[in-house]
Design a binder for this molecule. Structure first.
Ligand code: GDP
Ligand code: MG
Length: 429
């Protein structure tokens, strides 16, 4: 027995991943994802801590055996050196088998300056990375990308059909560009605008709306140009990605080939020793979809996504359209805070008062908190997808905000014009 993955260990020990990650944090073990592997010593220490807790005693002095041993990732390990190792071992601790360059030198009573510096740097890192525990968790926002015809729409449809409770009484589910799925692992929000748009249009405006990207690859077609693009988008946005190998129901499906091809684009599947989560699915039969949802939840847990429902509101326009009867309908993803019917929203250089809000099932709602997509009625002009949305407490405040934005833009434009003029003068034209 050698290495074990974090989520496997959590499962084996019957604790949730979050708990395990907390213990790892307290041990100062650096990990990259729930599929990062832990060495034997770390596993033993975790077991001791859990046993001590179960026995009702104070947890064993963390890290008797494993202080500072980073979880090993087969990829990118070199880029993580900044954060590792967390602390020098306690002198009293039984010494682990020396492991060449990974384990720090056993602490002498007086640490060398270098060791002290490492330890204090590590402490600073630990502080900086300590999550603000008081801010509540929020649901992950997931986007699906991949080559045309590899089954993105089908996969979303399958999830929507099986995981979204059908709305009763006159409930025609309208397209709002996003939907919320209830799974056994909690709520997951899917953006069903074309995934690449979620990254190109929306990100170009400085807003990151998706937390996790699913890259769909058809098992009968493998990696195609748009698959590469999708991977590049997710990597540029620094969001974790999960590969769903779709269409495994087809007789010509070749999952192994896709896995090998993934390795060629530096996404090494777990069973090849990498840390890319790869889930074979069929949008047609539903095979594997439950696993996919589970991996999404696991990944979200690791990302430790939080937002304050009582904080200042901010959101992003997912899409908007003009309805002949209703007027402008804009889908807003709430990212922080809460919006209510009657609030004023400022987008670009316009503002509007929320007359009505609809959730992703088409039901009327009065307020919406973090990670909630809502269709908002009340803008006079259609906002552009990717636009950031702010709120204002009253109409006066909304106008002020818009006025400031208009001013800023004009100042920038004038400065630009001025620069152009002086450049032309310089060139003597
Ligand atoms: P998109 O362009 O990525 O959104 O792909 P679509 O969802 O439109 O699917 C393209 C085609 O593949 C359609 O004909 C689907 O019926 C088919 N398809 C999608 N998923 C599966 C699957 O899991 N199994 C099979 N056999 N066909 C699928
Ligand atoms: Mg499609």
């Amino acid at each position: 027995m050698s290495k074990v993955r974090i989520y496997t260990l959590a499962k084996d020990l019957g604790v949730d991943n979050q708990k395990l990650l907390e213990i790892l944090d307290s041990l100062g073990v650096v990990y990259k994802s729930v599929s990062s592997t832990l060495d034997e010593d770390t596993v033993e220490t975790i077991k001791e801590i859990l046993a001590a807790e179960a026995a009702g005693g104070t947890p064993a002095q963390p890290g008797t055996a494993t202080q500072g041993a980073p979880a090993t990732d087969t990829t990118d390990a070199a880029t993580e050196t900044d954060a590792a190792p967390a602390a020098a071992p306690t002198p009293a601790a039984p010494q682990p088998t020396p492991k060449d360059d990974v384990t720090p030198t056993p602490a002498a009573p007086t640490p060398t300056p270098a060791q002290a510096a490492t330890a204090s740097h590590a402490a600073a890192v630990a502080v900086a990375e300590a999550p603000a525990r008081e801010i509540p968790h929020r649901s992950p926002v997931v986007t699906i990308m991949g080559h045309v015809d590899h089954g993105k729409t089908s996969l979303l449809d399958y999830i929507r059909k099986t995981k979204v409770a059908a709305k009763e009484a006159g409930g025609i589910t309208q397209h709002v560009g996003a939907f919320e799925a209830q799974t056994s692992k909690g709520r997951i929000v899917f953006i069903d605008t074309p995934g690449h748009e979620a990254f190109t249009t929306i990100r170009a405006r400085g807003a990151n709306v998706a937390d996790i990207a699913i890259i769909v690859v058809a098992a009968d077609d493998s990696i195609m140009p748009q698959t590469r693009e999708a991977i590049a988008h997710a990597q540029a946005a620094k969001v974790p990605l999960i590969v769903a190998i779709n269409k495994v129901d087809l007789p010509q499906a070749d999952v192994d080939r896709v896995k090998t091809d993934l390795t060629m684009v530096n996404l090494v599947p777990e069973e090849f020793g990498g840390d890319t989560v790869v889930v074979p699915v069929s949008a047609k039969t539903g095979e594997g979809v439950e696993d996919l949802l589970e991996y999404i939840s696991l990944t979200a847990e690791l990302e430790d996504l939080r937002a304050d429902p009582n904080g200042e509101f901010s959101g992003v326009i997912i899409e908007s359209k003009v309805d002949r009867q209703a007027g402008v309908l804009a889908t807003v993803m709430v990212q922080e805070g809460t919006i209510n019917v009657g609030d004023f929203l400022v987008v670009g250089e316009t503002y509007g008062k929320i007359k009505a809000m609809t959730d992703s099932l088409g039901g009327r709602i009065k307020s919406a908190g973090p990670s909630t997509p809502v269709q908002v009625l009340g803008f006079s002009e259609a906002p552009v997808s990717g636009d950031k949305v702010a709120s204002a407490s009253n109409e006066h405040a909304a106008r002020e905000k818009v006025a400031v934005r208009v001013d800023t833009r004009r100042t920038v434009e004038e400065a630009r014009a001025q620069r152009k003029l002086s450049l032309e003068e310089m060139m003597g034209s």
